[in-house]
Design a protein around this ligand. Structure first.
Ligand code: FRU
Length: 521
């Protein structure tokens, strides 16, 4: 079956004026979001000829999940994104579920032409008719290729390339990686509650190598969107392999989340590193992000400078389809660079915002070292301290030294009296994000049941909080990326005030810097 090349302009939902598209008060101004329609997982993350590709699960005709397409955007700098026409449409084999893309440099697929390597995408077909008929044989893996920088795609006539083994209901989300040492393509699949590794010389014929994880990590939900990749241990010549394994539900603060495993891949099996094993046994898991809103994140292929870059879907299946945005639903997280480090508690992935985002910095403020006193006589960053920096669109770096029992918050508020707090509790040794009073949460009982928390793993005396606020989201990269939290919120009007608050004891702010950030649209 050959797919038609679709070149329609980007769909705009009728009755929404273009000028309103980015004016929705909940619209992030420097995060990627679709103009209209429904988005979930990032797909097909690949770098080629100067462009970072972001495909994503998309339903153009509604703001809730539906027949899945791969929509498309590209960026030259991971900051500004250009919307392109939809890349893959559902067809008679099914909806186009999540998957990945790579550059087939050696033309192992034979899809290349005149020395030009093809981009090859691998995705899941989800057969809705089979689902409606109650047939579990509904998901299979397929490929497509592009010879025009991802603008148009041809679906392979021999699809599916990995048929469903029979009645395996959850069999999806292939993530491709080139295994240099063995000269083979490997794809990692999510199969119910484990991951499977499959290998191919040419993307067309596949053999199953092994299974991973049935007895490791968290299994409170379905495993989805895995990603296995090699990565250097920071500051050493050693290489390890990592599996990111998305899970829904079962996250540390409820619902969807990303756990990961550090180990090795020998061309057949992925084995968890013995030092990491205790962290993922007996139902325990290590989480990439402790907030409720970073899901289905996987990493970019073929990034020329060797960075391991990732982006997630900034939502959670608990309430993604109910959030109060107007003509569109959900945004992506900021793009992040992952590094693997040996810490006092063993191997850990650190996440930091990509350096390229510094291009967004506008107004700059250095904060004087100060002491934040207990609530009551609390210290407030006076409005003039932030000048024209809007807390609805800013970056903040704080180095703090809390006293033993202090609970420290960065607090955003608005004239409606809505308040969002994100901070660190020294007594509990954990970070927290509290959106219980941050605006509308009537759409779901799971949205703001209680504050989300994340254990601090760094033992440094100084707690470093690197924060990004963008209209309806907060991202915390604490202690250089050792602990991460991503959460969204929906205030009735934008937050316009920021203060620092301490409870239970004093907190020294030893260093602080703030930037107003520009918009990308
Ligand atoms: C994860 C997921 C994937 C699936 C896709 C469907 O959010 O459920 O497993 O491929 O979304 O849109």
């Amino acid at each position: 079956m050959l797919a038609a090349c679709h070149n329609e302009p980007v769909t705009i939902i009728p009755n929404v004026r273009a000028t309103d598209i980015y004016a929705d008060r909940h619209r992030p101004q420097f995060h990627f979001s679709p103009q209209t329609g429904w988005m979930n997982d990032p797909n097909g993350l690949v770098f080629y000829e100067g462009e970072y590709h972001l495909f994503y699960q998309y339903y153009p005709d509604s703001t809730v999940w539906g027949p899945m397409h791969w929509a498309h955007a590209v960026s030259r700098d991971l900051v500004k994104w250009e919307h392109l026409p939809i890349a893959l449409y559902p067809d008679s084999l099914g909806y186009i579920f999540s998957g990945s893309a790579v550059v087939d440099w050696k033309n192992t697929s034979g899809f290349g032409k005149n020395g030009q390597p093809p981009l090859v995408a691998m995705f899941t077909y989800h057969d809705m008719e089979a689902e409606r008929a109650g047939n579990d044989t509904r998901e299979s893996q397929a490929i497509a290729y592009s010879l025009d920088r991802g603008r148009t795609w041809v679906k392979y006539e021999g699809n599916p390339v990995i048929p469903n083994p029979g009645k395996v209901r959850d069999f999806r989300d292939p993530k491709l990686v080139w295994d240099e040492a063995r000269s083979q393509w490997v794809t990692t699949l999510a199969v119910g509650q484990h991951a499977e590794l499959w290998a191919s010389p040419d993307f067309k014929t596949w053999k199953k190598l092994s299974e991973f994880g049935a007895d490791l990590g968290n299994h409170e939900g379905v495993w989805e969107c895995p990603d296995m990749f090699p990565i250097k241990v920071e500051g050493t010549g050693e290489q390890r392999w990592v599996i990111l394994q998305n899970l829904n539900p079962g996250g540390p603060n409820g619902g969807s989340a990303v756990q990961y495993f550090v180990g090795d891949f020998d061309g057949k099996n992925f084995t968890v590193d013995p030092s990491f094993l205790p962290d993922v046994q007996g139902g325990k898991a290590v989480w990439l992000d402790h907030g409720k809103d970073n899901y289905a994140g996987v990493t970019w292929s073929d990034v020329p400078d060797g960075r391991r870059l990732t982006i997630g879907w900034m939502s959670n299946w608990q309430y993604a389809q109910q959030v109060p945005t107007l003509a569109w639903r959900s945004a992506c997280t900021l793009p992040r660079v992952l590094t693997l480090r040996k810490t006092a508690v063993g191997y850990r992935l650190f996440s930091e915002p990509v350096k390229e985002l510094e291009a967004l910095r506008q107004q700059h403020k250095t904060l004087e070292p100060t002491t934040v006193h207990q609530l009551g006589a609390n210290f407030e960053l006076a409005p003039n301290l932030l000048d024209s920096i809007s807390p609805a669109q800013m970056e903040l770096v704080l180095d703090i030294e809390p006293s033993a029992n202090a609970r420290f918050s960065v607090e955003l508020s608005n004239p409606k009296g809505e308040v969002y707090r994100i901070g660190y509790d020294a007594k509990a040794n954990q970070f927290f994000s509290d959106r219980t009073k941050a605006g509308d949460h009537s759409f779901s009982p799971d949205f703001a049941k209680q504050p989300s928390v994340a254990p601090r793993i760094s033992k440094d005396k100084t707690v470093r909080m690197h924060l990004f606020f963008d209209a309806a989201s907060a991202e915390l990269f604490a202690d250089g990326g050792a602990t991460v939290m991503t959460e969204v919120f929906f205030p009735g009007v934008r937050f316009n005030k920021l203060r620092l608050v301490a409870e239970g004891g004093e907190v020294k702010v030893v260093k602080g810097e703030a930037w107003g950030l520009g918009r990308i649209w």
